[in-house]
Design a protein around this ligand. Sequence first.
Ligand SMILES: Nc1ncnc2c1ncn2[C@@H]1O[C@H](COP(=O)(O)OP(=O)(O)O)[C@@H](O)[C@H]1O
Ligand code: SF4
Ligand SMILES: [Mg+2]
Length: 335
Amino acid sequence: MEKLLEIKNLNVGFLMGNGQIQVLNQVSLDICENEVLAVVGETGCGKSVTGSAILHLLPENAVIKGEIYYKNQEILKLTEEEFRKLRGKEIGSVPQSSVSSLDPMMRIGEQVAECVTGGERQRKSEQENIRARIWKLFSRLKLPGERKLCRAYPCQLSGGMNQRVLLSMGVITEPKLLIVDEPTKAIDWVLRKEVVEILRQMKDETKCSMMLITHDFGAARQVADRIAVMYCGQVVETGGAEEILAHPKHPYTKGLIDALPSQGFHVMEGFMPSFSQLPEGCRFAPRCGRSLERCRRQIPEMYNAGNGRQVRCFLFEESGAAYRSPCVEEAILHA
Ligand SMILES: Nc1ncnc2c1ncn2[C@@H]1O[C@H](COP(=O)(O)OP(=O)(O)O)[C@@H](O)[C@H]1O
Ligand code: SF4
Ligand SMILES: [Mg+2]
């Protein structure tokens, strides 16, 4: 399969006061055509920052290094005007919160239409064409009363309906790549089931690729082809969704899966460290039941673990590979 998106060694820090807090560290991911990649991890591990970097939505205090290729074109360095040509038509997004993402003063129909028009006035025939597309999409997303709904304001809709309106804003332009941020966060069980079903349907019907950012392994299981697990600004494991869920390799992935209610709710001990006080070696070492003496001094890199799996853990090191990595050599030097 052709790679649609390729993130190579993405580092993102934020200027804060006189210093800089480094958040993303050497994040490398890719998404092929017609593929759904779920990016999973605890709150604060850097999932949304990764999505925002792709979408050119990071704030001004962000310091970004690395490369992001979309259809083999480097997009990190594009100007805003150049990137605008890709936004919506090629790369679409569904933001995390409908409360902060929908304009409370604007009618639902106008907000969805604006995703197509970019706010520019359209001829009457084109307006009708867009309206027909919106109604069709609303009915597909099980949003009842299309006409009436278009005239409503967000506060007149339930949380679940607003969530689906957000989804419709992401897909109305039929992007090739859709970045969906936490579609199941802060919604009840019934609605969660519906949203997951809609995402599955979108995956099957539209041929778009998706980056599904979520803390919800259940949603990832039902929608994703592959999973990337993030911990504290780093990708720690990648592989096929079924494979990772059935046989997690990284101790952190295993901890996340063991904490699922279906797996007995064995909640992991400890907390993710703060980005301003990172452990010297493996970032997971203070919480890891399998940590070795060297884990506290050296930084593991991503090791191939067979079957398309990659794991950032010394337990899966190929002999000698760790010592070839400049970052590990640096860690050894400072040990
Ligand atoms: N504009 C910013 N300035 C400083 N820190 C930020 C900024 N945006 C995000 N962060 C920090 O980056 C880390 C990762 O955030 P985020 O990607 O939103 O996590 P999540 O995995 O929950 O989506 C968090 O510690 C967050 O506080
Ligand atoms: S490198 Fe060591 S501390 Fe880190 S996850 Fe693997 S075993 Fe645990
Ligand atoms: Mg987030």
